[in-house]
Write a protein that binds this ligand. Structure first.
Ligand SMILES: [Zn+2]
Length: 416
């Protein structure tokens, strides 16, 4: 809507439009209205999250200083060759995400002193997937030439039948679709609880990664902001005048900021009585890329909360997407390290049982094993077994994670 107003009112007051155009709030509202089961699911997530925030419940398993690693798949949808952005450009985006979510961004020093004590290292990391949902090795980047010239906020990019690309299992991957979004939109995201085939983030091609000199959205912060939503963060003003983002340490804010404000930003007639004014430099405001710099501890807590054992993104912590796969061939080397793979299962394929041996051909007994299917569902596990009986598995491809001498290895095998 904002976009149309901008067009109608013309150039003179185009400053009205000079704020980040994020579609997530509108999009999510619509999703909740259209889908009663989603609405119920999200209410439950929200209630649990508010309860834990109010009780300040700590979860040592996600807040013991461990970094939460999120496997990412990037779906590049291109109509022109220029839209088929390079791997190097994609890397610039991952670099920004890993800095912003770990308070390693070089510009964090620009946070005004009054707010700097709130700036948190969220300890969340993003890594391109190494295994696809079928257990094959992957770069974590899917490229698809599409006949679609421009896209809307209607999820069509998430379906191959609509010239888009299907989501990878969203329990184990953060799906990011990069495409030529229209209507002035920079991006939009689902919140936790979304339908699995829609769950993920959409970013306009020309604001993905850094370096677009023609834009104030040239520092990759659109993805930081949108992934903030994917991790359950709301806009600071709660998308209504003086609304709430359900985070304690972000000051109440009348509405969004735009461009680059100077400190302190006091909004007349606002709801923020704090002399330090609005936290316009927060990633969840609408300031330009160069002026959003931080998440708070409260936001950190709210994001990490969804990874607790019963949380809506708990499965992400057991994703097989980042395991290195061995193809059970002695000659194959781990391409990254150059090391020869050291453990094997045999026979492979097998119908009855599988055994383990090391590179020298000696049988070994793993300290621990866990067999799972291509969806990552755990089927059997145990410890100190010389071999594993697999007669009860159906025919197909499986994975076994074995721990031996303190090292984890994932091996693909076939039940015939
Ligand atoms: Zn937003």
């Amino acid at each position: 809507m904002k976009y149309f107003i901008c067009i109608l009112l013309g150039f003179q007051i185009s400053f009205v439009c000079a704020q980040r155009n994020c579609g997530s709030a509108d999009y999510w509202k619509q999703q909740l209205q259209n889908d009663v089961t989603l609405s119920k699911r999200y209410t439950k997530i929200e209630t649990a999250s508010r309860y834990r925030a109010s009780m300040k419940v700590q979860h040592p398993e996600v807040d013991d200083g461990t970094v939460i690693t999120i496997p990412v798949v990037i779906h590049i949808l291109y109509n022109t060759s220029a839209q088929n952005i390079s791997d190097a450009q994609i890397e610039t985006q991952l670099d920004v995400l890993n800095k912003d979510f770990q308070k390693r961004n070089e510009d964090v020093g620009k946070v005004p002193v009054a707010f700097s004590e709130y700036a948190a290292d969220c300890q969340i990391k993003f890594v391109l997937a190494r295994l696809d949902p079928q257990g094959r090795s992957t770069s974590g980047i899917v490229r698809r030439k599409t006949a679609q010239v421009s896209w809307k906020q209607d999820d069509k990019m998430k379906y191959s039948v609509n010239e888009g690309d299907d989501a990878w299992d969203s329990r184990y991957y953060l799906n990011i679709w990069v495409c030529n979004l229209g209507d002035g939109l920079l991006g939009y995201s689902t919140f936790p609880g979304a339908a699995p085939d829609k769950d993920g983030v959409v970013i306009r091609t020309d604001v993905f990664g850094t370096g677009n000199i023609n834009s104030v959205y040239n520092k990759g912060r659109t993805a930081t902001h949108e992934i903030g939503h994917w991790l359950n963060l709301k806009h600071l003003w709660g998308d209504t005048e003086c609304g709430s983002d359900d985070v304690d340490d972000t000051p109440p804010q009348k509405t969004y900021s735009s461009g680059c404000s100077s400190f302190p930003k006091i909004t007349a007639g606002g709801c923020n009585k704090n002399p330090n004014g609005d936290m316009f430099m927060n990633f969840m405001d609408f300031s330009d890329d160069e002026c959003i710099l931080m998440f708070t501890y409260g936001q950190r807590q709210r994001m990490r909360d969804i990874f607790t054992p019963n949380g809506p993104r708990a499965s992400m912590r057991n994703s097989p997407a980042l395991k290195a796969v061995t193809e059970n061939a002695e000659t194959e080397t781990d391409k990254k390290s150059g090391n020869t793979l050291s453990l094997f299962v045999y026979p492979n394929p097998s119908s009855n049982s599988i055994h383990f041996r090391n590179f020298n051909g000696n049988n070994i007994i793993p300290e621990y094993f866990n067999v799972f299917d291509s969806k990552g569902q755990s089927l059997m596990s145990g410890s100190n077994k010389q071999f594993i009986n697999i007669t009860r598995l159906m025919q197909g491809i499986y994975f076994i994670r074995i721990q031996y001498e303190g090292k984890d290895t994932v091996i693909r095998f076939m039940k015939k």
